[in-house]
Write a protein that binds this ligand. Structure first.
Ligand code: GLV
Length: 308
């Protein structure tokens, strides 16, 4: 059984050594040292090469090294090849840390205090209790749920929205396009953790941003494609939104002239919400390979009709 990784050299070396120590029956190769392409049964990458299945005729499973799989063209991948997303506990931890850090920064008005510091202005503002602050999460998969679970400790009013109805303790859940507006009306801070699909592309647009309470803030931890960037700029400029914290953009990096770079009410980070670390992801990946070898269902298998 041969598993080919297409990852950076440093992580490639770690993956290889983890398999050598814990699963020596699985041969690991690291791109571009492919060897005989017919040996490759498993392939793991963030950005897949073109014509994947034509290059590797015996390919059975593609493991995305990311939680999102929108970078894969599902229509171009033959039906017999399974696509699996990464279920690394390290990704969950990273997203939870980022989301809590961003929510708390907004809740405690750090963007405002940072601007005040730059203007040498020493001025306090009344605190809003967390119990008065409504935080909404779009996307209630393992990431959205983990974020909501962590935010509960701060006593925020929590809302969740997903395509289909979910039940989460301490969270008012909303489902489907019928309840999207009701959900948005109640989000002082909105976090996007949706998968990017044909249904969710551009979902953060003038209409949905307008449905947020005036002065709300946005945290995008999903994909750049969820957000119509010009609509966000307009909502910030009109005062409809007060701040945006964006870890993902349509173009990464954005062009040097992009308004986000210098916008006083936008904080940007370069897609670092979470990063797959072989050390934390190895156990789950190996368990999935073992499941596949035993003919058992894979965890994190992408349902093609849903796109996630
Ligand atoms: C990163 O964006 C991921 O999908 O894991």
């Amino acid at each position: 059984m041969t598993l080919l990784f297409k990852v950076d050299d440093a992580r490639g070396r770690i993956w290889k050594s983890l398999f050598e120590h814990h699963a020596p029956d699985i041969e690991v190769r690291v791109w571009p040292d492919i060897g005989n392409p017919l040996d490759i049964r498993y392939f793991a990458a963030w950005q897949p090469p073109r014509q994947l299945h034509e290059r590797f005729a015996n390919l059975e499973v593609v493991f995305a090294t990311s939680a999102g799989v929108d970078q894969f063209d599902l229509d171009a991948l033959p039906g017999h090849i399974k696509l699996v997303r990464m279920l690394d506990p390290g990704i969950i931890q990273g997203i939870v840390e980022y989301a809590c850090c961003a929510v708390l920064s907004l809740h405690r008005q750090f963007p405002l205090y940072l601007q005040q510091q730059q203007a040498r202005c020493w001025q306090d503002h009344l605190l809003t209790a967390a119990a008065q602050r409504r935080v909404g999460v779009m996307g209630l998969g393992n990431l959205g749920r983990a974020v909501l679970h962590s935010l509960r400790a701060f006593n925020f009013q929590l809302h969740g929205w997903a395509r289909s109805h979910k039940c989460i303790d301490g969270v008012q859940c909303h489902a489907g396009s019928d309840q999207l507006e009701t959900f948005l009306h109640q989000c002082d801070i909105l976090i996007c953790l949706l998968p990017l699909t044909d249904e969710t592309r551009g979902l953060l647009n003038a209409r949905t941003l307008d449905a947020l309470p005036k002065g709300a803030s946005l945290i995008n931890l999903g994909r750049g494609g969820h957000l119509k960037e010009d609509d966000l700029l307009q909502a910030l400029d009109s005062g409809q939104l007060s701040h945006a914290i964006l870890d993902v953009l349509n173009d990464e990096p954005p062009s040097p002239g992009h308004r986000f770079w210098q916008h006083p009410r936008v904080w940007l980070t370069p897609h670092i919400g979470a990063m797959t670390a072989p050390q934390s992801a190895f156990e789950g990946l190996l368990a999935n390979i073992r499941r596949h070898q035993a003919g058992e269902p894979l965890q994190g298998l992408i349902r093609r009709e849903q796109g996630y």
